[in-house]
Design a protein around this ligand. Sequence first.
Ligand code: SF4
Ligand code: SF4
Length: 476
Amino acid sequence: MPTRPYLFYALTNSVCSTCLNKLEAKIIFRDDKVYLIKHCLIHGREEVLIADDVEYYKKCNAFIKPADMPLKFNTPIKYGCPYDCGLCPDHEQHSCLTLIEVTDQCNLACPICYADSGAENQAGHAPRKHRSLVQIAEMMDAIVANEGSPQVVQISGGEPTVHPEFFEILDLAKERPIQHLMINTNGVRLAKDREFCKRLAEHMPGIEVYLQFDSFEAAALKELRGADLREMRSRALQNLNEFKISTNLVVTVKKGLNDSEIGKILDHALAQDCVRGVTFQPIQAAGRLEDFEAGRDRYTLTEVRRSILEQSDYFSPEDILPVPCHPDCLAMAYALKVKGKVIPLTSLISPEAYVETVPNSILYEQSEGLKQKIFDLFSTKHSPASATTSLKQLLCCLPLLPTPTGITYENVFRITIVQFLDAYNFDVRSVKRSCIHIVHPDGRIIPFDTFNMFYREGSAGHHLVTNCSDGEAHYV
Ligand code: SF4
Ligand code: SF4
């Protein structure tokens, strides 16, 4: 009797990448790769690579833990996921990180911009606007209403540093119980305006710059960002180092373009005093994405993880683990950098202890209560067993304060891989666990993945819902 040339692993729901209609989808394993198979009645069969490492993909299930709920939900369950964002009561994770887009304007015009940002007045485009402080305050309040004390809020855009009231926006955030504030920036203003950096440094600690840093190659930068930004990035880092502003480098990774630079970027990041970590984001097929071919250019989380392991020797496979709040889309490794050396931390505890200890958060060092444990770990002698115990606790809370041994937040180094879902790899089972959200101007809190597909003004959204129980056609 013939046998299927693959293993049928699970059933889920996805969408057709052409018409965005919801479809049943199979998850299969073939040749140690994971594929999503879907059939659209109109647009036919689609097969999408979603991981190139079956064991890691399966391991993600072992990292699931009960979700933390937001304090409130914002929309009813009406049409079914993903048409009820949000957050609707069917969502299975709170907001670990929420973005606020404070402007549509940008001083770049990247060909890959998911927000379709650019100059204020661009021929053939409606004028791009800054949001008012009143509106931004309302959006922050919407996040606080959902989260109480939001773990991470990211000021984003467009390019937030072009907003004429940028520092007033930071003040609005400081007035609210936001634990950690990130500024998502392309670095152009930081490179050109030293005084701006000086003023930004006055807001330390509690802020972190999330700095675009994709490549060392002019050609790759031109393809991703429309400009050779090498000098700009270098000057931005120089200023951030000078003013000791915590920085996280963000690398948008496109297969065959800059994926071979991952190791070099890690080396560079570790050489910068201000850099606390690097986030790798495979390109999301959303928004303005010129010259993108899904079959050729899509890149998965496990491929990025493999590249990190192949191109650098800082981490072992046991160090880069799924993050419990959204395991199949987030992976992370934590380390300490001390006198030029990297000490990986994640692998030092068992996976069971990791799941048990690590909060539903993408920034573990935000947790209070265990800072003292680092004293024990680094200032006293330990047997391997007691060191492991301390590390279990340490992982939950790396120190923001100086310790007797001189280990501070400046010694923290984390790498994160963030895989966003798009119309190709969309998986309803997964999107319900999404914890990176964006606040809509009307106060809805929407997963970043579905926002770019359905809810962003001008997106392919406004989508026909055909399976509504009242039998009528609805558009969301
Ligand atoms: S993604 Fe979450 S918020 Fe959106 S419809 Fe699905 S369950 Fe609801
Ligand atoms: S991707 Fe960022 S830097 Fe580039 S145009 Fe969009 S908002 Fe500006």
